[in-house]
Ligand binder design. Sequence first.
Ligand code: ATP
Ligand code: MG
Length: 244
Amino acid sequence: MGDGASVRVEDVRKSFGTGDGLIAAVDGISLDVPAGRSVALVGASGSGKSTLLHLIGAIERPDAGRVVVDGQDVTGLGRRAAAHYRRTVGFVFQRFHLLPGLSALDNVLAPVLPRKAGFDRDTRARELLAAVGLAGRETALPSQLSGGQQQRVAVARALIGRPRLLLADEPTGSLDSATGEQLMDLVSALAAEHGCTLMVATHDMGVAERCADVVRLRDGKLTGTAIRGRGWAGPARGGLTGPA
Ligand SMILES: Nc1ncnc2c1ncn2[C@@H]1O[C@H](COP(=O)(O)OP(=O)(O)OP(=O)(O)O)[C@@H](O)[C@H]1O
Ligand SMILES: [Mg+2]
């Protein structure tokens, strides 16, 4: 098992066209995340957290700047290479995106299909469901699970491909804070156990505190960085290069 991917974000920009013109969702962010580190992205609604995670996961392409993961520029990849890169990343989406017609188990297996699920994968999917507290619910449909249980399925699904980088967008968004913090403890423990670098967008400071570093965004810009045990360094340049 690896020890996570390093992530280097270099002056990345992304704007979206709206009726009133362009909105700079991510407006020149640079950030250096060492392999294996856990980083929380915090900031008000609309500050660019999801967009930044989408750029790092190559779900969106930046207008300018680069994202370099383990030394590879992932921003200019062709379709096939981008698809290959995305398979090395675990993504928990803000609105979990479970497939409504599939059981919990098949949702966990979905990223590693259409290749036929071998015994090994099936076992791993069951182990992951057990790790997120859903043993016995393998055949449940998303509609038969609570919001928190659906989020747990989404976490298990994100880990099925043994990612070196786990990107989680508000993984606790629809949970009360106690349940959310419990799920976040689980996500951090699983990331550590699976050797993933972890980046989590969250509104919840209780969730953010479970990460080694906290990066604050405002209007698409980075406005501060806290490294555990060292307090805030801001306005920050985003180099998280201290000891983990
Ligand atoms: N596909 C899109 N089309 C147009 N505007 C977009 C799109 N995606 C994001 N934006 C805009 O970019 C800005 C940043 O959005 P983003 O979703 O990254 O924020 P966020 O920090 O994740 O917010 P939240 O906490 O509400 O999830 C917002 O102004 C948003 O309206
Ligand atoms: Mg968001």
